[in-house]
Design a protein. Structure first.
Length: 256
C-alpha cells in the first residue's frame, strides 16, 4: 500500500472504488510473497472500525459488504472504537477506521497492521499523524487515508464549470486550516483568479469577517477547520453567499 493520500467524496459508492484498488495491491503483494498456488487461496482479512454505531457508518459498512461480494475477503466489523481492545485485535491484512474517532483509536493502540483511514478531513489526519512514529509508518507505506474533501484543483475546476465568469474566490481559514493557504493560493493562481482570504479566530464575529470576503468575491470555497467551522458559521456562509448570489463550494451536506 503506497503512503499517499487519496481525495474522495464522502459518498460510500465513490470511495469504495479506492478500496478495490487497495485490495488489488494487497493481493499483488501476497502473490509476490508467496508461491502462486498459495497466493490464489489466500484470504484477505479486513477490519472495518466505525467511529459510532450510527446509520451513516452502517450504510458505509453495508455498501462495502455489497461491493466485496464474491471476493476472497474475510470482513470483521466493530461498531465503536471503545470495543477495540488488544484482546480483540488479531492479525489483519488491513484495518479501515471510518471517521476521526476510529482513526484516533487505531493510532493510539499502535496497531501493526496496515491502516487506511476514511471519512476524515485532511487537516485532521495530518494532525493525528504528525508524531515521528506515524510519520515513519507513512513513509513505510503502512498508513494512508481517503479524505472527505476534494483537492482544491478539482473543486476549482467544478466551480469553473458552474460559473465560467469567476475571477475572484473568497474563503476564511482558521488555526487548523491556515497551513493549507499556500496550496489554495497555488490552485487559485493556476486558474488565473484572485484569492480573497481572511483568518477567522474562535473569538471573532463570523459576520464581520465573512462580509467583506463574500462581498468582494465571485464565489466562495469552504475549507474544513474544526476550530472555527460549526453549524452556526456554516449557516452564515450559506446565507450570505445566497444573498450575494455567488456559488458556494463546500465539503459537507450541512451547507445544503
Amino acid at each position: 500500500m503506497n503512503a499517499c493520500f487519496e481525495h474522495q467524496q464522502q459518498q460510500p459508492g465513490i470511495w469504495l472504488r479506492a478500496f478495490f484498488c487497495l485490495l488489488l495491491v494487497l493481493g499483488a503483494g501476497q502473490s509476490e510473497a508467496q508461491a502462486q498456488p498459495q497466493a490464489q487461496t489466500h484470504e484477505l482479512h479486513i477490519l472495518l472500525l466505525a467511529s459510532k454505531d450510527q446509520p451513516l457508518y452502517q450504510q458505509v459498512i453495508d455498501s462495502f459488504n455489497k461491493h466485496i461480494a464474491g471476493a476472497n475477503v474475510k470482513l470483521s466489523i466493530i461498531m465503536s472504537p471503545e470495543k477495540l481492545t488488544q484482546a480483540t485485535i488479531k492479525h489483519y491484512d488491513l484495518i479501515i477506521p471510518i471517521g476521526t474517532a476510529a482513526t484516533r483509536e487505531v493510532l493510539r493502540q499502535k496497531i501493526a497492521s496496515p491502516v487506511l483511514s476514511t471519512f476524515i478531513p485532511q487537516q485532521t489526519f495530518l494532525t493525528l499523524t504528525s508524531d515521528p512514529p506515524e510519520q515513519q509508518r507513512l513513509q513505510a507505506g503502512q498508513l494512508s487515508a481517503i479524505f472527505l474533501e476534494q483537492p482544491f484543483q478539482r473543486q476549482l475546476k467544478l466551480l469553473d464549470q458552474i460559473e465560467p465568469e469567476v475571477s475572484s474566490v473568497g474563503t476564511v481559514l482558521g488555526s487548523s486550516s491556515i497551513s493549507q493557504q499556500p496550496e489554495l493560493e497555488k490552485a487559485i493562481s493556476a486558474m488565473h483568479w484572485q484569492l480573497n482570504q481572511a483568518q477567522l479566530h474562535q473569538d471573532d464575529n463570523p459576520i464581520e469577517v465573512l462580509t467583506p470576503v463574500i462581498a468582494n468575491s465571485n464565489a466562495f470555497i469552504a475549507v474544513p477547520d474544526r476550530s472555527i467551522f460549526n453549524r452556526s458559521t456554516a449557516k452564515w456562509i450559506l446565507l450570505m453567499s445566497f444573498r450575494q448570489r455567488i456559488p458556494l463550494i463546500a465539503y459537507s451536506k450541512r451547507y445544503v
